[in-house]
Write a protein that binds this ligand. Sequence first.
Ligand code: GTP
Ligand code: MG
Length: 596
Amino acid sequence: MSVLFQTGKLHLPIRHFRNKFIKFQSLKCSSDAAKKFVVFDEVNALRRAQAQRSLVVQVSSESSFKELYGYCSKYATISDIHHYKNTSGEHFMLIEFENEENLTNILQQCSSHQKDLDVMPIQSPFLWFRAVVGSKESANSSKELAIKDGNCCVDEDLLLEELAKCETVSDQIMLLYQRTMLNDIGIRLRFMVARQMEMIFQSLYSNIVVQPFGSSVNGFGKMGCDLDLVLTNVLTKEMTSASRRLVYQDKKYEGRRTPWQRHLELIAHLLQLRAPGASRVQAILNARVPIVKYSHDLTDLDCDLCYNNTSGVYMSELLWLYGSVDARVRPLTFAVRRWARAVGITQPHPGRWVTNFPLTLMVLFFLQQTRSGGAILPSFKYLVNKSGREDIRIAEENLNCTFLRDLNKLPASAFGQNTDKLETLLFQFFEFYSQFDFQERAISINEGTSIRKPNASPLYIVNPLEQAMNVSRNVSYEECERLKLEIRNAAWHLETSLDNKKGDDWGLLGLIEKKTARGLKQLLRLGNLQRLVSVKDLFKDDENEPSTEGIKSKLQKFGKNKSTEKTDSDEKSEKVKFKNSQIAKEVFRIRRDKIL
Ligand code: GTP
Ligand code: MG
C-alpha cells in the first residue's frame, strides 16, 4: 500500500509527470483541496501496523518466491510479498500478512531456532527460509511479487542521462525527486527495523516504543538515507492512575552518568549481542543527544538510535506538515539537498558544515517569503496560532511542541495562490540567499522573516521548537563562506542556464554533477571490469616499440611538463600518449579542472 498523502497544490507544467500527478491537480481544483491530508500520527500508525503483521525472510534468490508463498499460504493469508537485495547480494522477501493473527499463527506453526550451542535463540521479525528436505512445495497461485529488487537506488548514470533529456529545469527537478525519493519498501524496511528493536527491548523495558523519525518519515527522505530511531517509554494515564493500588517495583538508577546514557550503553551491548543484523555498534554518549550508531546489514541501513528525543519526532512532524502544504516543497528541497551534496556543502558525516536538516529549514524559510500570489508556506507562528487542544504536545524537558497538526483545518487564506514553476523557485532560492545578510540576520521559520542574530555564530537558523537554539551552531566561518560562495555560483549557473539551455551541464545537471565528474566516474566505475581503467592503462604501451620507461618516470615527465616551459616541438615529443582518444580527452579535462 502506498502511503503518499499530500494536499492538492500542484502547479507543475510537466508533461512527463502529468499523469502521475493528475490526482493532486484535481484535488487542488476541488473546493475542499486540503481534505485529503492525513495527519502524521495516522500515517505512522499505519506503517507501524503494517510492520506488526510483516516478516522479512532471507531466501536464496527471487525465484524462491513461489515456494515461500506456497509454504506460508498454507498457514496464513498473505497480502503481499516484496523482494529486495542488500549490498552483499543476499536476497530477502518482505511478507505482509493480512492481519497480526496470521503472523502469530505462522510463527507458532513454522518458525524454529538453530540448534547450535554458540547461538542463544532470539525472536525477531527477521528469519530465513530453510532448503527443503525431500520434495519441494508446489504453489499453484497466480500471485506475483509486489516488487522485485525494490530497495535498489536509481542508477546514477541513467538518472543523469534522463535529466539531460528533460525539456525544462522544472522537469529535471521533478524527475530527480521521483527517481530518488524513499519508496514504499524503503519505508517498510525502516519500520521493520524499528519493530525488531522494539521486540528485543521489550524483554527489558515495559511499554517501550521504538519509532523512526527524521528523513525516514518526514517526506524529505531519499533512498539510502539513514534511519533515525527514538526509543520512548509510553505510560498512559490509566497505567499511572492512583486508583490502581498494585504498583510495580522499579529500579531507581543512581550513578554519575545520566540514566539516558546508562540505558543507551546497555542498549548498545544488547544490539551487539542480541540483535540479528546489527553490526558496527558504537555508543556516542557525550553528545547533546546521546545516540547509539549501528549498521543493520539485513536491510542495509545506517541507524542512529536515541532515547526519549520526542522533540525530534515533533520536528519530523513539522517538516512532514510543511512538505504537504504545497506539492512543490519536497521536489525543491530534494534539488537543494542534492546540489549541496554535489558541491560538498553537506557531507555524509557530521562536522563543521551544514546538514540536510538546516538546509531544509532554509528552503521552508524561502518559501515563506512574500511573492506574487502570496507566500507559498505559512509561518510557524501561524500554525501555532491555529492549533487547538488536540494539538497540545509537550516534549522532553517541558518543551512546548504545540502546533496545528491537521492541514484540513488550515484556512484557505493560509495557502498562497502563487503559481511559480519549480525552476523559477530554484533560481529565486539561490538569488534570495545570494542577497541574504548572513552577517547580521538569522533565519527564523517561526516568524517567516529574518531576525537580528542573537550571537556571532556564522550561520544562525532558529530552531522552531526551541527558539533559543541555533540548529546550525556547528557551522564554522569557513563553511558558511563556502555556502555563500556556492549559492552565488548556483544562482549564476541557473541564470545562464534558464535562458540558454541544453549545453552539457544545462539546468540541474550543472548544479548536481559537472559533466567532467560524470565522465571520470564512468571511466573509473568500480566493479565494471570492461570499463575499469587502471593508471597503467591510461598510458600507451607501444606494442611495436617496447617502452623502456616505467609509469613513475612518465608521471615525473607529466610534472616536468607542467613546471618547465617547453617549445611546441618539445611538448609534442614528450607528450604522454594515451591508449585511446576518449581516455586522453578525459584525463586532460580532469587535469584542467583540477579534480585530481
Ligand atoms: P538526513 O538524515 O540527512 O537525510 O536528514 P534528517 O532530516 O534525517 O536529518 P538528521 O538525521 O540530521 O536529523 C534527524 C531529525 O532530527 C531531523 O529531521 C529533525 O527532525 C531532528 N533534528 C535534527 N536537528 C535537530 C535539532 O537541533 N533540534 C530538534 N528538536 N530536532 C532536530
Ligand atoms: Mg536522518
